[in-house]
Write a protein that binds this ligand. Structure first.
Ligand code: FAD
Ligand code: FES
Length: 273
C-alpha cells in the first residue's frame, strides 16, 4: 500500500497528492510517470511524477478530475492509501544545454512540465515557461514554475488573468519579437500540442510533446497506447511519452482517445450511483 501524506486542492477539480513511495522517489526522472490502481476493483491510470523527494521518499502527482478514476482519487484524503503504484515508467526527457527552451503547459500539463523545466534550468538553459489556463480560478503552480524559469507567461482563454488567449498566442508573440528559441516542449490537451506543433513547424523550431494516449499495462505489451510517429508505430509507455511533435499523427491520437467514451461515461455514472 502507498499512503497519502498530503493532499492539496490546487484549483477546482485539480488535486495534488504527496505519496510515500521511496523506491519510485529514488529513481524518478523528468517526464516519467506512474500507473496506479486505487483498490482491487480499480482500473489502472497513468499520471506523471510531477515532483519527487528522495529524502522524504515521496512522489507528488497532480490529477485532474475528468472521469471515474480521477474523481474517485479526488475522494482520497491524507491517511488513505493507494493499493498499487507501478513506476517510474517511460523514457526520461532528454535534458541538455539547448540554449533557450520554451516550456508550454496547458491546464494540468503545467504540473507535468515542472520537473522538465527544473532540469532544463539546472543544466544552464534559459527557460521561458508559458502556462495556459481556461480562467483565473484554475491557475496553479505559477510560483513553482517561476522558481525554475527565467520568464513566465500566464495565459487565460477569457483574459481574466495574464495574457488573454491561448498558449500558442504567447508563443507566436515570442517568435514575432525575434526571440531565439532552440527547443519547445509542450504538455497539455492534444489540440494544444497539435497547434503548438503546427506553429513551430513553420519556423523549423525543434518541438517535443508528451503524449497522453490511453494506457493499460505500461510495459509495451497490451498495445493500448499505440501512436504513429513519423509513419512508424510506437508505444507511448515504453518509446515515449515524449516524441518529436512534428512527426506525431495527431488526428489518430485524438480519435483513439475517444474509443471508449461511452464505456467511460457509463462507468462514471455507475460509480456516482
Ligand atoms: P475516463 O472517463 O476513464 O477517461 C476520460 C478521458 O481520459 C478519456 O476519454 C481518455 O481520453 C483519457 N483516459 C481514460 N483512461 C485512460 C488511461 N488508462 N490512460 C490514459 N488516458 C486515459 N492526467 C492528469 O490529470 N495528470 C497527470 O499528471 C497525467 N499524466 C499522464 C501521463 C501519461 C503518460 C498519460 C498517458 C496520461 C496522463 N494523464 C494525466 C491523463 C490521465 O491518465 C487520464 O485523465 C485518466 O486516465 C482518466 O481516467 P478517468 O477514469 O478519470 O477518466
Ligand atoms: Fe500497454 Fe503501452 S500501455 S503497450
Amino acid at each position: 500500500m502507498f499512503p497519502i501524506l498530503r493532499k492539496e486542492r490546487l484549483a477546482p477539480g485539480i488535486n495534488l497528492f504527496e505519496i510515500k513511495a521511496p523506491k519510485i522517489a529514488r529513481h524518478a526522472k523528468p517526464s516519467q510517470f506512474i500507473i496506479l490502481r486505487l483498490h482491487e476493483r480499480g482500473e489502472r491510470i497513468p499520471l506523471t511524477i510531477a515532483d519527487h523527494d528522495p529524502e522524504r521518499g515521496t512522489i507528488t502527482i497532480v490529477a485532474q478530475e475528468v472521469g471515474k478514476t480521477t474523481h474517485e482519487l479526488g475522494t482520497y484524503e491524507e491517511g488513505d492509501a493507494i493499493l498499487d503504484i507501478l513506476g517510474p515508467l517511460g523514457r526520461p526527457s532528454h535534458i541538455d544545454r539547448f540554449g533557450t527552451v520554451v516550456m508550454i503547459g496547458g491546464g494540468v500539463g503545467v504540473a507535468e512540465i515542472y520537473p522538465v523545466a527544473k532540469a532544463m534550468k539546472e543544466v544552464g538553459n534559459y527557460v521561458i515557461s508559458i502556462l495556459g489556463f481556461r480562467t483565473k480560478e484554475l491557475v496553479f503552480w505559477e510560483d513553482k514554475l517561476r522558481n525554475v524559469s527565467d520568464e513566465v507567461i500566464v495565459t487565460t482563454n477569457d483574459g481574466s488573468y495574464g495574457m488573454k488567449g491561448f498558449t500558442t498566442h504567447a508563443l507566436a508573440k515570442l517568435i514575432e519579437e525575434g526571440k531565439r528559441i532552440d527547443l519547445v516542449h509542450a504538455v497539455g490537451p492534444v489540440v494544444m500540442m497539435k497547434a503548438v506543433a503546427e506553429l513551430t513547424r513553420q519556423y523549423g523550431i525543434k518541438t517535443v510533446a508528451s503524449l497522453n494516449p490511453i494506457m493499460v499495462d505500461g510495459s509495451g505489451m497490451c498495445g493500448a497506447c499505440r501512436v504513429t510517429v513519423g509513419g512508424q508505430v510506437k508505444f507511448a509507455c515504453v518509446d515515449g511519452p515524449e516524441f518529436d511533435a512534428h512527426l506525431v499523427d495527431w488526428d489518430e491520437l485524438m480519435k483513439r482517445l475517444t474509443y471508449y467514451r461511452e464505456l467511460e461515461i457509463m462507468s462514471f455514472e455507475r460509480w456516482k450511483g
